[in-house]
Write a protein that binds this ligand. Sequence first.
Ligand SMILES: Nc1nc2c(ncn2[C@@H]2O[C@H](COP(=O)(O)OP(=O)(O)OP(=O)(O)O)[C@@H](O)[C@H]2O)c(=O)[nH]1
Ligand SMILES: [Mg+2]
Length: 323
Amino acid sequence: MPGLHHLDPAGWARQIRAGDRRALARGLSLVENDQAAGERLLAELFPAAGHARMIGITGPPGAGKSTLASGLARLYRDRGERVAILAVDPTSAFSGGALLGDRIRMQEHWRDEGIYIRSMATRGALGGLAAATPRLADLLEAAGFERILIETVGVGQDEIEIARAADVTVLVLVPGLGDDIQTIKAGVMEIADVLVVNKADRGPERLEQELRAALTLDGRDDGWRPPIVRAIATTGQGLPALAEAVAARETALEQSQGREPSRRRQWRHRLDTMLADRVWRQLGAAHLASELDQMAAAIAAGRLNPYRDQVLDNFLRRFLPKP
Ligand SMILES: Nc1nc2c(ncn2[C@@H]2O[C@H](COP(=O)(O)OP(=O)(O)OP(=O)(O)O)[C@@H](O)[C@H]2O)c(=O)[nH]1
Ligand SMILES: [Mg+2]
């Protein structure tokens, strides 16, 4: 990417804020691939970020997340909002076809300046997927998008991490998940604010029953009862109900605490990641690797007890830069 890379961050930031899509696309790539330069750009854009409403959309592969996101984007757009979709795919190594499919399906939007769609190839994302996603969202916010839909595939730890970046998290499930529903219940139910039973044309009753039962068993700490919305994403059926459920959650959050605490919570988490990352870089991760290899060998051989003798304290004392 020659050219823009050498542009001064302030000028580049102005282009992005003015709605230059090429500058935005390249900015997103930069933030994704070059931590230091990305941070310089984000520093310029930070004052303009922080105002969008973010919705996380997660669920098992093929559940209809992209179809729902696309329909939801249209709905918000028709209400006058500027909408961005960020499709995060941790398994893009295996599902390049699905990403391509997303693009084709989402082409209906491409002429609309008020809708922006970005697929994020996450292999090797600096600082990990969880760190990169909110940074990209910052950039989109600064570019004037008021609503950001973040699509992630899967139902594991990564998705929980990503959910922390969103204000409201939607979990998309489909009939016939079989035993998978048990795994899903274990973690993601905790963070799902709205449950969608998609592909309702395939008989939603049993899944809905299971979900209702699961919700009765596990009350959430924050007292929120995730509504269950039935949908057929391909026809758009259930989309208004989904938007309404999301709005209800937003209202509940705002009434109980205002909008700031949600941001505060997100930043509290992001600061952890940023600091850990910074400390690790200052320690000189590459240089430490061989030290850690030796330590691991000694522990594995039983010569060193990592729980004793202040092993970790001594290690840090040796390598932390003096303040
Ligand atoms: N019958 C039926 N098919 C649907 C429905 N929603 C989506 N599909 C189809 O399911 C397939 C997967 O839809 P996507 O929107 O790509 O699902 P996804 O969850 O984004 O998939 P990945 O991103 O690959 O995990 C597509 O062929 C859709 O047309 C639905 O409500 N009913
Ligand atoms: Mg998808």
